[in-house]
Design a protein around this ligand. Structure first.
Ligand code: NAP
Ligand code: MG
Length: 484
């Protein structure tokens, strides 16, 4: 018997299991069930929201230092169980063990970063002039729904939960049905330390549990990380009770390789990581590459040669450098996009090879694809592929490169590759995206203290950083006028 984890729901401090359970399979070996979670219902959501609402009055009176202490002790818990948790994440998400370890370390960083922001909440801004005194203070929003995707469930979960709790909110979290185990395992530990009802977890599908979390009248705020499509649905549903919404949505990031870029091994290795890390299933993965036409052929040859080194295999296989896709739906969508790209007449090149001992049919394995001879209007260029397929397109002038990069409904991130960093900073300001990286573009390039989020349909508001904490508060002005 292999690993098997049963992770419950957590409602008002009690663990809850249902008769029916959702089975979680290993993306690298889909016949292997590695765990299960309950099938939550609307009733579970309303119980959880009521429990959170009951816990809230006491929780807002707890000191910020006390609340920060829970974040610190969760960081320690992850640290103490890092190897176990990283392996669990590999088995449910599919990512490489090194990527899962990085996600655990990133989560520890996020928890400690927010624990360190206590002052931000305990210090009021005071403005005094001839008119009197105004105190600006931050209050908690109340009950917050946190909805988490499967691609980096632990780190993305804590990027919403840590600032939410620190600010004094009570939370009902919904993990993704495609990777709920590791996050729930850690949240169970945290919920057992916290006063009952402060942190609740309801498992289940987006259409039932997710929807109920968006529409419940006692939920004051929604923190959502996931696709743009679901983001739009949430926006519509949340409008009925005018909830405050923060959304981190899909991306279609461009890497712009300028004529003066250092076309060397470092650049190719960075772009291979930026494109194919987690098999491209990262919101700010490089999803389009634009290269100056004078260096286009040299770039393409070098990039394809670098991609040839990729070895696709299970996340636990030490010889693998790229993991499988996470789920059947994702696998089918990316496969269809590749077929569509081929039939449009573009050149689609399979690159890399299977890692030792890999049976590609056992899981959602896919060889990487490099695509050229493709039109800017093709869906592979316009949409978020969220898989290991990358289009490479030429441009003539910087003006054109900026226009092409901005010609999409997404605006999460972009990167500029150039020797002239000063010029890179200037050019970056013409790109419509929440982040712009210079000569790097991959996981690890963003930081907990770096505001993160999207322009256009890539999101609403900013996560990470102090901004992410402010998103989980309501700003209050208290005024004493002496001039009236
Ligand atoms: P998704 O399909 O949008 O799902 C995200 C979460 O929303 C899941 O928990 C899902 O539940 C739930 N959900 C689905 N329908 C819902 C509804 N009608 N109401 C409420 N909740 C609902 O996204 P995903 O496939 O998990 O993740 C990949 C996407 O997330 C990509 O587009 C990626 O770019 C984006 N992403 C963005 C960021 C960022 O920071 N900007 C970070 C990571 C990922 P179930 O799936 O369990 O049914
Ligand atoms: Mg794309």
């Amino acid at each position: 018997m292999g690993d098997f984890w049963r992770e419950p729901m957590i409602i008002g401090g009690k663990t809850v299991i249902t008769e029916d359970m959702t089975q979680i399979c290993n993306p690298a070996r889909v016949i292997e069930q590695i765990g299960e979670v309950p099938v939550g219902t609307e009733k579970h959501v309303s119980d959880a929201v009521e429990a959170a609402a009951r816990a809230w009055p006491a929780w807002i009176r707890a000191s910020v230092t006390e609340r920060a202490g829970y974040l610190e002790s969760t960081a320690r818990y992850i640290e103490d169980h890092l190897a176990f948790l990283a392996r669990m994440l590999v088995l449910e998400n599919g990512k490489l063990l090194s990527e899962a370890v990085a996600e655990m370390e990133g989560s520890i960083g996020v928890l400690r970063y927010y624990a360190g922001l206590q002052k931000e909440l305990s210090t009021d801004v005071i403005r005094a002039d001839g008119r009197g005194t105004m105190v600006l203070t931050r209050q908690a929003a109340g009950v917050v729904s946190v909805i988490v995707p499967w691609n980096a469930p632990v780190q993305l979960g804590f990027l919403m939960i840590a600032p939410g709790l620190l600010a004094g909110n009570c939370i009902v979290a919904k993990p993704s049905t495609y990777a709920p185990l590791t996050l729930t395992h850690i949240l169970l530990h945290l919920a057992q330390q916290l006063p009952k009802g402060v942190l609740n977890v309801v498992q289940g599908s987006g259409s039932t549990v997710g929807s109920a979390l968006i529409t419940h009248p006692k939920v004051r705020k929604i923190s959502f990380t996931g696709s743009t499509e679901v983001g739009r649905t949430i926006g519509r549903q949340a409008a009925r009770t005018l909830k405050n919404i923060s959304m981190e949505l899909g991306g279609n990031d461009a890497a712009i390789v300028l004529r003066d870029a250092d076309i060397n091994n470092r650049l190719f290795q960075e772009l291979v990581k930026g494109v194919f890390g987690s098999a491209g299933q990262i919101c700010y993965a490089v999803k389009r590459i634009y290269v100056h036409q004078e260096i286009y052929d040299t770039f393409l040859d070098g990039f394809i040669a670098a991609c040839a080194e990729i070895r696709v295999g299970s996340g636990l296989n030490p010889t693998a450098s790229m993991c499988p896709l996470n789920n059947k739906n994702q696998f089918r969508q990316v496969t269809e996009l590749i077929e569509q790209t081929e039939s449009a007449g573009a050149v689609v090149r399979a690159v890399g090879a299977w890692a030792d001992d890999t049976n590609p049919l056992a899981g959602y394995f896919m060889l990487p694809r490099v695509v050229h001879g493709i039109d800017q209007q093709h869906p592979l260029v316009q949409d978020e592929q969220f898989g290991p397929v990358i289009p490479v397109l030429p441009f003539e002038t910087e003006e054109e490169a900026v226009a092409l990069a901005n010609d999409t409904e997404f605006g999460l991130g972009n990167s500029i590759w150039t020797r002239d960093v000063e010029h890179g900073f200037e050019l970056a300001k013409r790109l419509q995206s929440g982040s712009v990286f210079l000569n790097v573009h991959r996981v690890g390039a963003s930081a907990a203290d770096m505001p993160f989020g999207g322009f256009k349909q890539s999101g609403i508001g900013r996560g990470h950083s102090v901004e992410g904490l402010h998103e989980h508060t309501e700003l209050q002005a208290i005024i004493h006028r002496i001039d009236m």
